[in-house]
Ligand binder design. Structure first.
Ligand SMILES: Nc1nc2c(ncn2[C@@H]2O[C@H](COP(=O)(O)OP(=O)(O)OP(=O)(O)O)[C@@H](O)[C@H]2O)c(=O)[nH]1
Ligand SMILES: [Mg+2]
Length: 586
């Protein structure tokens, strides 16, 4: 299911076209009928010759209703661009086209309406003039269909063109992050609150618990409808009416969003690119009262130009930081598009793409981009869950639960090393380190060793070893999971290694700490691959050793909480659960 928005100058025939295509009059209000003009968004759907269902958001063309137009197009991925063949190109033809471009709407069909009165020559002229205006825009290669809605001329051709448009454009993406920007909220007697909007980014199901943002109101989806059809599951790209419980309709507004809890970073401040339209007369400066259209909402906003520039010339692109006022914060994501208008003159200034939903660098130095690395680099380290909220992209943690910038790792290592030099032989208590420092040391930071909850400079530790113990340690590390047996006379040296945390006695068989650590890692991977666990012989194979060694090794891991026995299988023990971050056992 796809949703298209109409666009075009007032009175050029958008609503009439939708009525003829769908049988539904998108002008719902009496005042719209009385004035013969669309004032609010209208909605309708039809089935195309291919069988595809298609939805329409019909927008008003009058310049006073630009805000509504923007709300209407903000979540669709194609447009039906309408121009009256008699009147030709008009101011809102231009303005709507610019706004569609700023929103990066990728595709559309162009319709010349009311052609009945024109002869063949005039029609050709109208097409040429139209093509001239579309040159260099995203609609330059779009199909142009000549239509007269009242007589039905060209309507079949238009339906076929819509089918071709849908066939040639990518389906709306399912990223597992549903978001529905609300364009209407009202109450139905006996059913309660209904909100409507176009779903993007993921699926929604009946009985899903979702949050209305801003406000964090939890609501439950009781029923879903799309153009009059009941749905249990809705895919992205659908126009939806949701009947929700848990909120009064007066508490939900156009501009709110329904999202899953915990998936989004909520913000009223973001960094973005800004293209200032060529048609704007003056360069954009920081001063001025602005409004931002984003999602389905419109917000007063303050702005600052990023970097050292103080203005952005018409036709140029720059970067800005925007502060939204009013009913915020919002669930935003890099890639979201917005429009900037000047409030006083109600003029569209430009627009762009959200690049950073949680900027932390001061405006003068900020250089926002969609790069994941930039987000990590600016922070040094970030929890991978947070990173996903900030960027919409998944990135595997590189240290504990964090994604750490390489530059931050070396900074931390330098700091720890410097501290180790200061304390010398006494080492540092792990409890005095920050969480990230401790994770770094515990992950086996080069040149360090942990002994009984203290971190030491590795050289300091091995310096303390006797020659005998050094040899044994070497032997243990060479034959990791099949270590040699040692005569009674080596007892002293083995105890020495144990004291320093370098080797452990696993039931009469000694393993180096390095070997135990390595084995734990490999077994963790086995459990990750199959949460049902692994058998003794699977562990033996994975470690490339024999039963003689695997049995004491597993017994040692059971005792220390790395693994747990369940029948013939070993599953994750509490220690391993902490390692993998999973504690859901089937
Ligand atoms: N002859 C003829 N008249 C048309 C056609 N399409 C629309 N009209 C007339 O043009 C007038 C305006 O049409 P609408 O469909 O309301 O125009 P609109 O673009 O929706 O206008 P706004 O929503 O106010 O921007 C109405 O009187 C229609 O009957 C057409 O194809 N042929
Ligand atoms: Mg209309």
């Amino acid at each position: 299911m796809r949703v298209l928005a109409t666009a075009g100058h007032v009175d050029h025939g958008k609503s009439t076209l939708i009525r003829v295509l769908t049988g539904t009059d998108p002008d719902r209000w009496a005042i719209e009928k009385a004035r013969g003009m669309s004032i609010d968004l209208g909605f309708a759907s039809t089935r195309l010759p291919s069988g595809q269902e298609i939805g329409f958001v019909d927008v008003p063309g009058h310049y006073k209703f630009i805000k509504k137009m923007v709300a209407g197009i903000s979540n669709v991925n194609a447009c039906l661009f309408v121009v009256d063949a008699n009147e030709g190109w008009k101011p809102q033809s231009e303005e709507h086209l610019r706004i569609l471009e700023l929103f990066k709407i990728p595709a559309g069909v162009v319709v010349l309406t009311k052609v009945a009165k024109l002869d063949a020559d005039l029609r050709e002229l109208a097409v040429l003039e139209l093509m001239d205006h579309l040159k260099g825009t995203f609609l330059a290669d779009a199909e142009v269909i000549l239509v007269d809605a009242l007589s039905g001329f060209g309507i079949d051709e238009l339906r076929a063109a819509l089918d071709r448009l849908i066939l040639s454009s990518a389906p709306p993406a399912d990223l597992g992050r549903p978001r529905l920007w609300v364009d209407r909220a009202f109450a139905i007697r006996g059913a309660g609150t209904v909100v409507t909007g176009t779903l993007t980014g993921g699926k929604l199901k009946v009985n899903d618990d979702v949050m209305v943002q801003p406000g964090e109101h939890m609501v439950r989806i009781r029923t879903m409808e799309s153009h009059g059809t009941r749905l249990d599951v809705a895919e992205p790209g659908r126009r939806l009416a949701l009947n929700v419980t848990g909120i009064a309709h007066q508490k939900v507004f156009r501009g709110n969003a329904l999202v899953r809890p915990g998936q989004w970073h909520l913000t009223s401040m973001f960094d973005a690119s800004l293209l200032v339209l060529e048609s704007v007369e003056r360069p954009l400066r920081r001063k001025g009262a602005y409004a931002v259209n984003i999602g389905s909402g419109d917000f007063q906003a303050r702005l600052r130009i990023l970097g050292t520039e103080t203005e952005i010339e018409p036709g140029d692109e720059g970067h800005v930081r925007l502060w939204l006022e009013g009913r915020v914060p919002l669930p935003l994501l890099p890639g979201d598009r917005y429009i900037l208008r000047e409030l006083g003159r109600d003029e569209t200034i430009g627009g762009g793409e959200v690049l950073d939903v949680d900027p932390i660098v001061p405006p003068k130095r900020a250089a926002p981009s969609r790069s994941l690395d930039r987000v990590v680099e600016e922070r040094g380290w970030v929890l991978s869950d947070d990173l996903e909220r900030l960027t919409g992209e998944k990135a595997a943690p590189t240290l504990g639960p964090w994604v750490v910038a390489p530059s931050a790792t070396s900074r931390l290592e330098q700091k720890i090393n410097a501290a180790l030099q200061v304390v010398g032989g006494t080492g540092i208590d792990l409890a005095t380190l920050t969480e990230i420092e401790r994770a770094l040391v515990e992950s086996g930071m080069a040149g360090t060793r942990i002994v009984k909850n203290r971190v030491f400079d590795e050289l300091v530790v091995t310096d303390q070893l006797s020659d005998g113990a050094t040899l044994i340690l070497e032997a243990l590390n060479t034959h990791k999971w099949a270590p040699p047996e040692f005569p009674l006379s080596d007892r002293g040296a083995l105890r020495e290694l144990e004291r320093l945390g370098l080797a452990k006695d696993a039931g009469q068989i000694w393993f180096s700490s390095e070997a135990l650590e390595g084995a734990a890692e490999i077994l963790t991977r086995l459990v990750e691959a199959d949460p049902q666990g692994f058998t003794v012989s699977e562990a033996r194979e994975a470690l490339g050793t024999t039963r003689k060694f695997v049995l004491p090794l597993l017994a040692y891991f059971d005792a220390s909480g790395v693994t747990r026995r369940r029948g013939d299988q070993r599953i994750a023990g509490p220690v391993m659960e902490r390692r993998t971050g999973t504690n859901e056992q089937p």
